[in-house]
Structure formats: structure tokens, C-alpha cells
Design a protein around this ligand. Structure first.
Ligand code: FES
Length: 96
């Protein structure tokens, strides 16, 4: 769906649900995951339907993920860091 126009000058490794991903060092978490083909970041608290980034500017809250153990972080406003652990908030865990 998404790809880089040019190879990124440097990369870092983030872990998505425990799986390593090599991503551009200056990407947001949302951009990095979308480039990796991930579109489902969390689920709707009311119906459990899948949610993903929409606005990419911090307004829609469709990109909520757990980052380094902290839940409800906006992936579109967070820059990746080497070794960062990202967990998608899907299912009952997203509502606790
Ligand atoms: S994509 Fe809308 S708040 Fe992150």
C-alpha cells in the first residue's frame, strides 16, 4: 500500500507484537507500520471493529497502540526509536 520514494538514509529496528521490523529512523510509528503493510492498529471500544490511522495529525485516535508498555499512545505523533516495542491494541485488551 505504502512504500518509500527513496531508500531511507538510516533505519532502526522496532518490534511489532514481538516481530522485528526495520523502519526509517525518522518515521512516525504509524508511517512505519503502514509501510510494513499493517493497517489494523486497535479496535473500536463499542463494537470491536478494526481501526487504523486516518488523519495522521493526532485528531482521530484511530492509531492507538501500546508503546514500550504505555497503552493508548498515538502512533501518528510518535517517532520510532531503536528497540521500541509496539503492541497493537486489538480485542478486549484495548478496552481495559
Ligand atoms: S491517525 Fe488520527 S490520531 Fe493518529
Amino acid at each position: 500500500m505504502f512504500d518509500y520514494l527513496h531508500e531511507p538514509p538510516s533505519t532502526v529496528t522496532v518490534f511489532l507484537d514481538g516481530k522485528p521490523l526495520s523502519v526509517a529512523a525518522d518515521d512516525t510509528v504509524a508511517a512505519a507500520l503502514l509501510t510494513a503493510g499493517v493497517t489494523e492498529f486497535c479496535s473500536s471500544p463499542r463494537h470491536g471493529s478494526p481501526r487504523g490511522p486516518y488523519c495522521m495529525i493526532g485528531n482521530c485516535y484511530g492509531c492507538l497502540v501500546e508503546i514500550d508498555g504505555m497503552p493508548y499512545r498515538q502512533a501518528c505523533l510518535t517517532i520510532v526509536a531503536d528497540g521500541m516495542r509496539v503492541r497493537r491494541m486489538i480485542g478486549d485488551e484495548a478496552h481495559s
